[in-house]
Design a protein around this ligand. Structure first.
Ligand SMILES: CC(C)(COP(=O)(O)OP(=O)(O)OC[C@H]1O[C@@H](n2cnc3c(N)ncnc32)[C@H](O)[C@@H]1OP(=O)(O)O)[C@@H](O)C(=O)NCCC(=O)NCCS
Length: 178
């Protein structure tokens, strides 16, 4: 999937964002704000410019009618597991949450990954990030159970990425492109 897409049907209220692939300029526009979008979590090391250069075609931004970035999803198709699509990071402008933008940018991404032949989507979420856990559950993602232990009430893996860096692995099926 490429180019710019609108998401949604009949709609009243402010114009819906459009969804497009990011450009390198979007990195500059977002990098100083991304940690605020993640509630102060240290995210800059995960938000390198390379994502906007080498993974733009598998990533999306939502842009408001005023040209403001409302959401970002950095993702990729696994080179080693071609049927798997991975969300590296996703966030919505804190002032534009609970309007369905996070869901829409994920649906747009899932459709693009289906066109590439992916059948499974994966995202690693800190189990103590309650909103992220609820959000991915709302999109039909389920936590990986095999080998997991309950952390913060979520089946998760202790020290998954490093000592003290626990992760729940949320996955869902991707429907084939129609
Ligand atoms: C998680 C995040 C992307 C959700 O974006 P959003 O645009 O607000 O999400 P949506 O409006 O599409 O919400 C979809 C559903 O998720 C759940 N949800 C989202 N935010 C929630 C909250 N604060 N509390 C409880 N449930 C929530 C709800 O089920 C919601 O549906 P509803 O509004 O009809 O009840 C956003 O909160 C965010 O950027 N958080 C910080 C970064 C982050 O944690 N990213 C995910 C891990 S990489």
């Amino acid at each position: 999937m490429s180019g710019t897409v609108g998401v949604g049907g009949a709609h009243r209220g402010p114009p819906l964002p459009v969804y497009r692939h990011p450009t390198e300029a979007d990195h500059r526009a977002l990098v100083d704000d991304i940690e605020r979008w993640f509630g102060g979590r240290r995210m800059r090391p995960l938000f390198g410019r390379m994502w906007f250069v080498h993974f733009a075609s598998t990533s999306w931004v939502a842009e408001t009618a005023e040209g403001r970035i409302a959401a970002i999803l950095l993702g990729f198709a696994s080179p080693d597991r071609p049927k798997e699509a991975v969300v590296h990071l996703a966030a919505v402008d804190p002032n534009l949450r609970r309007r369905g933008i996070g869901s829409a940018v994920h649906r747009t991404w899932l459709a693009g990954m289906a066109q590439r032949g992916a059948t499974r989507a994966i995202v690693a979420v800190p189990p103590d990030e309650r909103v992220a856990v609820l959000f991915y559950r709302s999109l039909g993602f389920e936590p990986e159970l095999a080998g997991a232990t309950p952390l913060w009430g979520v089946p998760a893996f202790a020290d998954y990425d490093a000592d003290g860096v626990d992760r729940a692995l949320f996955t869902r099926r991707i429907e084939p492109a129609g």
